[in-house]
Design a protein around this ligand. Structure first.
Ligand code: IPE
Ligand code: IPE
Ligand code: MG
Length: 244
C-alpha cells in the first residue's frame, strides 16, 4: 500500500447520505425522526467539509426511486427540504456556500421550485464551497437526458454521430462544469451506488462506512479522508514503484 499523503485531499466529495431510517428504528422512533436528525448531520458535515478546505460537495438527498416510499415519509422528506430552504440557506450564504440543485425539479410544487431557484440565485457568487444537492436525481436519467439532447442535435444535422465524443456527452450532463468526484462516501453500510452519479464516478475512489448518516460528522469524515489519503490513484497506469 502507498504511504499516506496527508496533502492528498479530495477536491470534489460526493456523499450518499444513507441510514436515517435504521438510525431511528434502533431508537424505537419513526423513520421520519431519522430524516430530521439526518438534516442536522448534513449541516455538521457541510461545516466540517468547509473547515477541511474541500471546495466541492455533492450530496444525494432524494432519489427518483425514493418516490416508492410511503406517502407520509415522502411528504416529511419534502417538508424538511422546504424547511431547510427557508431556514438554512441564509446561513449557508453567509458562510460563502454556493448552492446548486441537480435532478428533475419539474415534479415539485411551485413553492419548492421557487425556493430552489431563490437559493441558487442568492448564493450564485459565493466561492468558498460549491454545494450540489441531488433531489429527484437519477444517474441513469441524467445520461438519458444528455443522450436525448445529442440525438436532437444529430437529427437536425448540427452534430454528426461519428463526432460524438466522451467530452461532448460529458458537457450535456448536470455536473459538466465541475471536475468529477475524487472521493465517494456512502454511509449506512450498503455497498452500492443506488443510481447516484454513474458517469462521473468512473475513476472516483469509493468509501463505504457503517456509520448511519445521522451519526456522521467531522470525526467520520476524517476517517474517510485518512483512508483516501492512502489510496493510490492510477487511472489505468502503473504505480510509481512498479514503473521504476
Ligand atoms: C437515507 O436514509 C435518506 C433517503 C434515502 C432519503 P434512508 O431513509 O434510506 O434510511 P435507511 O437506509 O432505510 O436506514
Ligand atoms: C440512496 O439511498 C438514496 C439517498 C440516500 C438519497 P436508498 O436508501 O434510497 O438506497 P437503496 O434503496 O438502499 O438502494
Ligand atoms: Mg436507505
Amino acid at each position: 500500500m502507498a504511504d499516506r499523503d496527508p496533502a492528498q485531499l479530495p477536491q470534489h466529495l460526493a456523499i450518499v447520505m444513507d441510514g436515517n431510517g435504521r438510525w431511528a428504528m434502533r431508537r424505537g422512533k419513526p423513520r421520519t425522526y431519522g430524516h430530521q436528525s439526518g438534516s442536522e448531520a448534513l449541516k455538521r458535515t457541510i461545516e466540517a467539509v468547509m473547515r477541511r478546505g474541500i471546495p466541492i460537495l455533492t450530496v444525494f438527498a432524494f432519489s427518483c426511486e425514493n418516490w416508492n416510499r410511503p406517502r407520509a415519509e415522502v411528504r416529511k422528506l419534502l417538508d424538511l427540504f422546504l424547511k431547510a430552504l427557508n431556514k438554512d440557506v441564509q446561513e449557508l450564504h453567509e458562510h460563502g456556500v454556493r448552492i446548486n440543485f441537480i435532478g428533475d425539479r419539474s415534479v415539485f410544487n411551485r413553492t419548492l421550485r421557487e425556493g430552489m431557484a431563490q437559493a441558487e440565485q442568492l448564493t450564485c457568487s459565493n466561492t468558498r464551497l460549491q454545494l450540489n444537492v441531488a433531489v429527484n436525481y437519477s444517474g441513469r436519467s441524467d445520461i438519458v437526458q444528455a443522450a436525448q439532447r445529442i440525438a436532437a442535435a444529430a437529427a437536425t444535422g448540427t452534430l454528426a454521430a461519428e463526432d460524438l465524443s466522451e467530452e461532448h456527452l460529458n458537457q450535456e450532463l448536470t455536473l459538466a462544469h465541475l471536475p468529477p468526484p475524487d472521493l465517494f462516501i456512502r454511509t449506512g453500510g450498503e455497498k452500492r451506488l443506488s443510481n447516484f452519479l454513474l458517469w462521473q464516478i468512473a475513476y472516483t475512489e469509493l468509501y463505504f462506512s457503517d456509520v448511519l448518516w445521522p451519526d456522521f460528522g467531522a470525526e467520520a469524515l476524517e476517517q474517510a479522508l485518512i483512508d483516501f489519503s492512502g489510496r493510490e490513484r492510477r487511472f489505468g497506469g502503473l504505480s510509481q514503484v512498479r514503473s521504476a
